[in-house]
Ligand binder design. Structure first.
Ligand code: SAH
Length: 218
């Protein structure tokens, strides 16, 4: 059954890719780079999702709000840009795009994907898609977590900025940045409170020596 679903998913991606190649003259090269980045995002996350799916969750926080925020981010990062690029639904909001913005977008995407991969590797079995504490949850302060507390969110911000620069549309372009910013506004204070309750002084000291998204510049 699972294999069947996976096969269907890959067929869906191939059809989507073919549609985007067909619509390349309308959407521009940025659209294909955006699509490749979205597939890469999935490929990076998938093994971690599989590895952690049977792990025991000790505590789950704000389950309802978290589900809503996840739907919002899926809309902004995948559904709205995907539907627009395939159907031209939002073409009334298209703009010229140019060549410099997509080129910067490409590098933002590469950097974001690298950080996305590293933060999954460093967080290991402590990673979860919603706010949770696992059984035997450990506090990670090494690797890309040495200087910043939310490298995975920094990565998603970079990838969302790439979407803005790669998709020449005033709605589909910024959709990911808007959705993800809203998610962070609600989630990060809750996440830090949860970590402080769980790890006490250790997390407080970690907070004191790090920043949320970018390393301190001395
Ligand atoms: N905010 C982090 C992690 C995102 S994944 C980042 O942007 O990189 C979300 C889960 O990671 C949360 O449910 C929390 O349980 C866990 N988490 C966040 N920071 C952590 C840390 N420093 N060590 C271990 N787990 C952490």
């Amino acid at each position: 059954m699972i294999r069947h679903r996976q096969l269907l998913f890959w067929v869906f991606l191939v059809v989507l890719g073919a549609c985007l190649i067909w619509r390349l003259p309308i959407n521009g090269w940025g659209s294909l780079i955006w699509f490749t980045g979205s597939v890469a995002l999935f490929v990076i996350r998938h093994p971690h999702q599989t590895k952690t799916q049977d792990m025991v969750t000790a505590q789950r926080f704000n389950a309802g709000t978290e589900q809503l925020l996840l739907i919002l981010v899926t809309l902004g990062m995948q559904v709205i840009p995907g539907v627009h690029l395939v159907t031209g639904l939002l073409e009334f909001a298209d703009h010229a795009g140019g060549t410099v913005a997509p080129a910067i977008g490409f590098f933002a995407l590469l950097t974001g994907l690298w950080l996305f991969w590293r933060s999954h590797v460093d967080l290991g079995r402590n990673w979860s898609v919603t706010l949770e504490l696992r059984q035997y949850h450990g506090l990670i302060t090494k690797g890309v977590y040495t200087h910043i507390r939310h490298p995975m969110y920094t990565a998603i911000f970079l990838i969302s900025t790439a979407q803005l620069l790669l998709i020449a549309n005033w709605i589909a372009g910024p959709a990911a940045l808007i959705a993800f910013s809203l998610m962070c506004i609600f989630r990060i204070p809750q996440e830090e409170r949860m970590m402080k309750e769980q790890f006490g002084d250790r997390y407080q000291q970690y907070m004191d020596r790090t920043r949320r998204f970018f390393p301190k510049v001395y």
